[in-house]
Design a binder for this molecule. Structure first.
Ligand code: NDP
Length: 399
């Protein structure tokens, strides 16, 4: 039985909060704290009546002092950060000041540079270690479950993993010509950046969407997918011994890509301020304001996601391949928690990460990524809490 402070109340947080309430044996009390307190209150009204006691608060998580005051008044056993990547460092500072464990799903990114890397958060390792508290980074699906899958494959199926291909397919259709499935600003920053992959000890950079493959996904069918840079490439390159290559592919439909190219060409995806009617605005933030709110896509999205990892390596001196993946249905997610599968596949592992840290099942003072822990309790929890995994010992490989 413990207390969790959850920052943010958007698409991902909403799922994680539903799941905490389903898991009231562990989460006896939660405080939902976000910029717009009305969203927290609406969710509280929907979920109250169960065993988990829910509180709400307004907070600007960019302000460390406000976060410290909130943590000191509520005294949580864990802070689950489901606001935006911009807030990671201020919230980590507040956790350090109050000696509270920290969990997030997305790696820190400064507002003015569309580039994410773990260095800023890993730099906190010694301070968290000295304080005796765990910071668990990237406990969503990708990053998150993909790292747990990697640790599980290494523990149970390989002596050494040489290559990992992470495949993220969304076969969902929301009926809009263009919308993003999670925060549009963060999503568009990610997909318009250069791609990269890790090979033989170095990063190989590609132009955005330069490398395209087609893969036949179980539960979805054939889809075009594109190589992207993604944050778990960085931590897996460091934490999986003997790894030679790691790539990340995500599927995109033609309508999404055509609209994105057009928006890019006219400057709407830029994060450089422009003057509009006498005041500076950031085109990408304006675009976010006119796009559908990802949280509103739930009722209209049909189809499935399939996200997983193909591993290639050796076991007992012989080459081996192994594919671990989860298939999640958008409408089933909506029926259960009122959200589409992208929020669902992120919110469930966020709850699981917070649970394992809060209960002490995962405890390792310092700043750690998911693959540094024993994967077994996380894998069991995925099956229990709505993201059952499947395995294939003879997968089709990506060329
Ligand atoms: P949303 O935009 O739906 O929600 C973000 C929430 O954070 C909103 O409630 C917002 O408040 C709140 N917020 C923003 N700034 C502040 C602030 N300064 N202080 C307090 N609260 C703030 O995003 P998502 O739910 O789609 O995504 C949440 C996180 O999950 C992101 O970091 C995203 O990158 C990550 N993610 C990770 C994935 C993974 O697999 N690892 C996959 C998908 C997402 P307001 O309501 O006022 O806007």
């Amino acid at each position: 039985m413990g207390k969790a402070l959850i920052t943010g109340c958007g698409g991902v947080a909403s799922v994680a909060i539903h799941k905490c309430c389903q898991n009231s044996d562990v989460f006896s009390e939660i405080l939902i704290a976000s910029r717009t307190v009305a969203k927290c209150d609406t969710l509280k009204a929907k979920l109250s009546g169960g065993e988990t006691v829910i509180h709400t608060a307004q907070v600007d998580a960019d302000d460390t002092a406000q976060m410290i005051a909130l943590i000191e008044s509520f005294k949580p056993d864990v802070v689950l950060n489901l606001a935006l990547p911009y807030q990671d460092l201020t919230i980590m500072e507040a956790c350090l000041a109050t000696r509270t464990p920290y969990v997030d799903t997305a790696n820190y990114e400064p507002r003015d540079t569309a580039k994410f890397e773990y260095s800023c958060q890993w730099a906190y390792h010694d301070r968290f270690k000295a304080a005796g508290i765990t910071a668990l980074l990237g406990s969503g699906f990708d990053p998150g479950v993909t790292g747990v899958f990697s640790a599980y494959a290494l523990k149970h199926h390989f002596d050494e993993i040489h290559e990992i291909d992470i495949l993220d397919a969304n076969g969902g259709d929301h009926g809009y010509p263009f919308a993003t499935n999670f925060n549009p600003e963060i999503n568009i920053r990610e997909v318009t950046a250069k791609g990269s992959y890790w090979e033989n000890g170095q990063w190989i950079e590609t132009e955005p969407m330069e490398i395209k493959r087609t893969y036949d996904f179980k539960g979805i069918g054939p889809k075009d997918m594109y190589l992207l840079h993604h944050e778990e490439l960085e931590s897996l390159a460091k934490n999986i011994p003997g790894i030679r290559r790691i790539r990340f592919f995500m599927t995109f439909g033609q309508s999404y890509l055509t609209h994105l190219k057009c928006l890019e060409n006219v400057g709407m995806t830029s994060i450089e301020p422009v003057m509009y009617e006498g005041r500076p605005i950031i085109p990408l933030q304006f675009l976010k304001a006119v796009l559908p709110d990802p949280a509103s896509l739930g009722p209209r999205t049909v189809g499935k996601t399939n996200i997983g990892c193909i591993f290639m390596g050796v076991k007992d001196g012989k080459p081996k391949t192994y594919y671990l993946y989860n298939i999640c249905d958008h409408q089933a997610s909506y029926r259960e928690v009122g959200s589409q599968a992208i929020s669902y596949t992120t919110g469930v592992p966020a709850m699981i990460g917070a649970m394992l840290v809060m209960t002490g099942a995962w405890s390792r003072p310092g700043v750690c990524n998911v693959e540094q822990f024993d994967p077994d309790p996380f894998m069991e929890a995925l099956n229990r809490w709505g993201l059952p995994w499947q395995e294939d010992f003879n997968p089709v490989l990506v060329d």
